[in-house]
Design a protein around this ligand. Structure first.
Ligand SMILES: C[S@@+](CC[C@H](N)C(=O)[O-])C[C@H]1O[C@@H](n2cnc3c(N)ncnc32)[C@H](O)[C@@H]1O
Length: 227
């Protein structure tokens, strides 16, 4: 049984110092996944919304490929955002500290939306509602890139069963620890790749493709319109 669950932003605030090392070296193809993300953005991307931007590891290559890109980054953990500012002292980034599940993204204003390693803590219902808002926030030719911990059929004989087991464990821990509802706690509840794709299509995306993956570290690209 794991230690006490920690509220999401408190968890990341407490780990901001060691975050970069853990997430490039400590997870499957961590460094590669951050580095490659920029290559999956469409040619000519001018505006990008990065949800759960954290310390901005994935933005290094984004700025290399698109030096003039306009980036908006949202994150709930102020200490992660301090690291982001330290990483890019000369880059203009619109930084918003807050909950991306509640933030207003606007409509039709981003060429691309990106989430990297931030959504594997949320239920289908929460993701579906977020995906619909991401869809609305994109321009007609926009794409959404999701890199995350997903349950791959190559790694689990029955990924659906593993997904259900993890969600049940999370609910049991919350009950045991008498944690109030309405808050989110750090506990990994990745979904199967199939469920991820179904949720994105249900949110309205015209097409979803798996563009990269190493073990359970997967990147999906969702197109607002068929191209
Ligand atoms: C594992 S880190 C990923 C950071 C960065 N995208 C990367 O790939 O290195 C997850 C980040 O998502 C943020 N996060 C999780 N849920 C959030 C929410 N609902 N609103 C805002 N930020 C959130 C956390 O604070 C944390 O900085």
């Amino acid at each position: 049984m794991q230690d006490r669950l920690e509220e999401m932003s408190a968890f990341f605030n407490a780990r901001a110092e060691e975050y970069d090392v853990r997430h490039t070296g400590g997870i499957d193809a961590g460094e590669e996944s951050k580095r490659l993300l920029a290559s999956f953005l469409p040619e000519g991307t001018r505006t990008l919304l990065d949800l759960g931007v954290g310390t901005g590891l994935e933005l290094v290559e984004v700025f290399h490929r698109f030096p003039d890109i306009s980036v908006t980054g949202i994150d709930g953990a102020p200490k992660m955002l301090d690291k982001l500012r330290e990483r890019f002292p000369n880059q203009e980034i619109r930084i918003l500290c807050g909950d991306y599940l509640a933030a207003d993204f606007g409509s039709g204003c981003y060429d691309a939306v990106l989430t990297a390693m931030t959504l594997h803590h949320y239920t289908h219902a929460v993701k579906l509602a977020l995906y619909k808002r991401i869809y609305d926030a994109l321009t007609d030719t926009g794409v959404y890139l999701e890199n995350d911990f997903m349950l791959s059929a190559s790694e689990f004989p029955d990924p659906q069963r593993e997904e259900e087991r993890l969600f049940a464990e999370y609910e049991a821990l919350k009950r045991e620890q008498h944690l109030p509802g309405g808050a989110y706690y750090h506990f990994d509840t990745p979904c199967t790749v199939d469920n991820q794709i179904k949720l994105l299509l249900a949110a309205g995306f015209a097409r979803v493709e798996e563009v990269w993956g190493v073990r359970n570290n997967i990147t999906l690209r969702a197109y607002k319109q068929e191209v």
